[in-house]
Design a protein around this ligand. Structure first.
Ligand code: PMP
Ligand code: GLU
Length: 397
């Protein structure tokens, strides 16, 4: 008899972003040249001052278990960031440091959702949201938004979706995969709608520092005094400081929620990596010039991507105000034969682009938005230029 899996195993798929990233790497390992825009992770090295802080921590013997919710210095620094910069009075006890923002989201959902509950997720959404909700036994209620409305959830659509079972609304601005950044006023309207209900909010602000032009990110919990008691804010160092491999993210939540999340972590991982926590502390409190430099490079790439997308035939794309993604509508090409392959949906489009043009993108269906493909521009300009040249050839048929 073989060991059978729990029912839970049928609830989730492997992360499509990681899967496409792995497929691109597999082809590269075979010696093929792949223009890789699949994975959303900065191509920069972690800044030198952060590397040095980690080396110092190792040499100083900071290599033991830490408190489950993180080292006090880091929790304090995160709390100060929200208190000072976002004007959201935050106690270190409300901060739980986890193994990446993805882990923080998982723990947060475990804290507040369970079987029978509903969680409202505006689509397009980041690939892991719906599966992480399903793992808790709750049901994702996906609300479509349109390219014409800037992929933004309207308060009236949120209110219409609320039922007595709704526990949470998940929002993500700047957004992965669309790059959309809600204005402060739009989030205030959404906040007022939330406050008409009993619904809590999980606000994923991992791209908070990566905005372009006039776009500014807004800390949702700071918008109204009543929101702090029902909002879980998620962020971390992965994107801002090019630290995806270090696995440090955090949550700021009402004290009882944070206590549960810390207890859960104490049972599940003991603590996030000690050395990474010291590195993250340096990231937050140390010099920020490397962030300014990386952001300037992302802004240049973003402008170039917009220029080139505009020249792609029958492709549209809402200009990203933040993050590092272009979410391109390629649906006008469905039904066509491209490089001898009939393309019928975003998956077949991505597979054809990978196998013939050697361009790795992620299918919109993974983000709850068929008809689109996501390009990460967290890569160098030369690769982006060659990627668009290859895409132009591909779309020419
Ligand atoms: N939220 C969003 C919207 C993301 O794009 C990502 C991607 N990494 C995460 C959370 C997870 O971040 P981390 O790598 O810190 O787990
Ligand atoms: N968040 C990144 C992305 O969307 C990294 C992959 C992942 O964490 O799933 O590509």
């Amino acid at each position: 008899m073989s060991l059978s899996l729990a029912e839970r195993a049928g609830l989730i798929e492997p992360s499509a972003t990681l899967a496409m990233g792995a497929e691109a790497k597999r082809l590269k390992a075979q010696g093929l040249e792949i223009l890789d825009f699949a994975l959303g992770e900065p191509d920069f090295d972690t800044p030198a001052n952060i590397q040095e802080a980690a080396i110092r921590a190792i040499r100083a013997g900071k290599t033991h278990y830490t408190p489950p919710a993180g080292i006090p210095e880091l929790r304090q620094a995160v709390a100060e960031h929200y208190t000072r910069k976002e004007k959201l009075a935050t106690e270190p006890g409300q901060v739980v440091v986890s193994n990446g923002a993805k882990h923080s989201i998982h723990n947060a959902l475990m804290a507040v959702c369970g079987p029978g509950d509903e969680v409202i997720i505006p689509a397009p959404y980041w690939v892991s949201y719906s599966d992480l909700v399903k793992l808790t036994g709750a049901s994702p209620i996906v609300l479509e938004t349109t390219e014409e409305s800037g992929f933004k959830l309207r308060p009236e659509d949120f209110l219409a979706a609320v039922t007595p079972r709704t526990r949470l609304l998940m929002i993500n601005s700047p957004s992965n995969p669309t790059g959309v950044v809600y204005t402060r006023e739009e989030l205030e309207d959404l906040a007022d709608a939330v406050l008409e209900t009993e619904v809590g909010v999980l606000s994923d602000e991992i791209y908070e520092q990566l905005t372009y032009g006039d776009a500014r990110s807004t800390c949702f919990a700071s918008l109204r005094p009543e929101l702090a008691g029902r909002t879980i804010t998620i962020s971390g160092v992965s994107k801002t400081y090019a630290m995806t491999g270090w696995r440090i993210g955090w949550s700021v939540a009402p004290p009882a929620v944070s206590k549960f999340m810390a207890d859960l972590q104490s049972q599940e991982t003991s603590n996030p990596c000690s050395v990474s926590q010291w590195a993250a502390l340096e990231a937050i409190v140390g010099p920020q010039d490397s962030v300014t430099e990386m952001k300037a490079q992302f802004a240049r790439r973003r402008d170039y991507v917009m220029e080139r997308v505009a020249r792609l035939p029958d492709v549209t794309c809402a200009p990203p105000g933040g993050a590092f993604y272009a979410f391109m509508n390629v649906s006008r090409h469905f039904g066509r034969s491209l490089s001898g392959i009939t393309v019928s949906d975003s998956t077949s489009f991505c597979m054809a682009a990978l196998n013939t043009a050697r361009v790795a993108l992620v299918m919109g269906s993974a983000f709850g938005a068929e008809g689109y493909v996501r390009m990460s521009f967290a890569t160098d300009l030369e690769t982006i230029e060659r990627g668009f040249d290859a895409l132009e050839g591909f779309l020419a048929g």
